[in-house]
Design a protein around this ligand. Sequence first.
Ligand code: NAD
Length: 477
Amino acid sequence: MPDGAFARPVTVNMLIDGALVPGAARMEVINPATTEVIGTAPRCTQAELSQVMQAARAAYPGWAALDIEERRAAVSQIKPAIEAHADEIAAIQTAEQGKTLTAARGELASLTRFLARQATLELPIVVNEDTPERISTTYRVPLGVVAAISPWNFPVLLAWWKIVPALLAGNTVVLKPAPQTPLAALRIAELVAKLFPAGVLQVISGGDELGPWLTAHPEVDKISFTGSTATGRKVMEGAGASLKRLTLELGGNDPALVFDDVDPVAAATKVFWAAFANAGQICIASKRIYVQRAIYPAFRDALIAVAQQVKVGNGAEPDTMVGPIQNRTQFDRVTELLADCRSNGYDFAFQGAAPQGPGFFVPVTIIDNPPDSARIVREEQFGPVLPLMVFDTEDEVIARANDTEYGLAATIWTEDMERAARVSRRLEAGTVWINEAIYLSPDAAFGGRKQSGLGAEHGDDAILSVTEPQTVVMRRA
Ligand code: NAD
């Protein structure tokens, strides 16, 4: 079996104060393709969390006082540690998340690309004034203890790309992956445990209670959170008491605008995978497709032709292209959205095959021109069900694309680059792709507008988001 690259059951530890800790309590982790238990992870208790936070605070002054090159030497070793165990980690990801092995390897490759770039980051120093009277300089200083919280759709990438900038800048970090997918993230923690002084990097896992405990903890200075908009609002409320710094990477309902000057067949293949990769469970997936009237039928037929070739199944099987939904709660939500489409009489342009349970499989489904008021258009589906809508004019499609509380990303498909530039500036989205999708770079700021987030990661924000300015003004004699 291609998923045999790890020992079963997977039994991972937390990294607490320099030690690998099995924890006082454990929780089971299931494979969403089979619902079988594949391993266990610690269920962090409040007493253990207290120990974690004390260790993070105690380690902070020493770590922050090091020369940045000493910190760089340590964080640079995370990438090779992951690469040396890539097959094992990818197999665990497939087993706990459901994605295909190819996608799991791609997630790790993407992570190591980010880690390589992040390890070269510098702390900017700005000289504001340099006159005979005074010199004024602004430094970037660390914030203290950073809590990093990640979701279940990309359990390794979205967790571990938060770590290097925060550590390099001199913070200590406590990482908490999602309760549904803790195994691969904690396995990496075991691999890098010896790289850092005790308490500098800690990785913990727990149930639904652990996120609120962590974000409410008085020792946390900054929360770097990736997850849903609903949870992001709660995190922000809780942060107010001690003015914790926040970066929130939240949900999206990204539009794709397909203009009638593109080849509908070529565009359909790209749009299909922008929507259905990872079974649609990508924050920046294309979730609403607007197609200009002249090519609507040809585009829809081409999209269906791609969908007909796709096998939904266990991500560990080599011919699977779309895996299961990661967990039962999300499966129930997507199933409910499908039922809503049926009960409202929307046209199903396509619905493919999917294995019957016990795994959380949803067939690839394309809904033909539902109204803008439909739940499948207005809500983030986070699953393999895609609404396709017809539009006539540029102004009209921009207004419809922006008619949402979300503002994460958007894509434009056109041969007309002037139009693409014009439309991109009018779209209320943190990232706009033109003739490609889901391309992220460690050099480009990534963040959501409106209720898709607050602040950004990567680009200049990689360092700015984990530091704050300190201006030193020196009067010259
Ligand atoms: P979620 O909000 O339910 O959970 C995310 C994390 O927050 C988990 O680790 C969870 O344990 C923790 N958590 C839950 N309640 C908490 C609380 N009250 N306080 C603190 N932490 C808490 O999200 P999810 O269902 O795991 O992920 C799917 C969502 O994440 C989708 O909306 C998706 O669009 C979004 N997402 C956004 C990005 C982005 O970069 N903008 C990336 C990936 C996913």
